[in-house]
Design a protein around this ligand. Sequence first.
Ligand SMILES: [Zn+2]
Length: 271
Amino acid sequence: MADFFRFENRTTIKATLRMETALSVGSRTSFLPAGSDLPVMKTPEGIPYIPGSSLKGVVRAYTERLLRTMDTLEKKYQGQRVWACDPLDTKKCCVPGDIKKKLFQEAKEVDAEFTSLLYKESCTACRLFGSPWLASRVAFQDAFLQNASEMLRLTEIRDGVGIDRDLGTAKTNVKYDFETVPAGACFGITIVVENATGWEVGLLLLALEAMRKGELPLGGKTTRGVGWGKLEEITVQRIEESDILLYLAGQKEPETLDPKDLIGQFTGALR
Ligand SMILES: [Zn+2]
């Protein structure tokens, strides 16, 4: 299992997200319901950024869909099920409360052993992205606008018409304005993965492939042509435990890996 108490390796994925359409900006004073509609925030200086938690949410949801497909196809990795639970459903999640209680009683050494038992029970998605009972090994940094100087305006106000969420039709008399970051905006993406195997990084990169191809939109207004972009210049760097001292001392650069190789490690290991 992944070690949560010791450094084994760190993989850093960097990329640029170039928006092909506008991206809607959230605001705490918005009249819109909060939640998935709000992928972009602004710093006090007015610089738009996509919160890391929003990016993680989009990538996790897509990864879970991939994993559910693999599970339906009965794909296995080293004999283990490859799957995703519903972590927010207390009954359908991979480690329900009664199992947690049982594992806690079984564990003699509370910290390490309990974590190890929880890890064994957890689904592939929770193992990587975390759950209320397991720390995440993937961290998405806030993605700030990189090309502010190239842009005429950092944000624009759009005229919106209320859409009935259930019917998908315009609600009459419901009108509001929403703020967007115009098309062409580039955001710097950094994802740090701790103590992951090449296989797990491959799974994450496979999910990012959808973003690279421009098939994974951000935010809740995507049916109205907002939130579509493509990932460019994806780089992967990895530092191993054996090199950590030299790395921290600035005497060794992380190893650069080919995203395609890592994706191949994931797909190639499925049986
Ligand atoms: Zn799970």
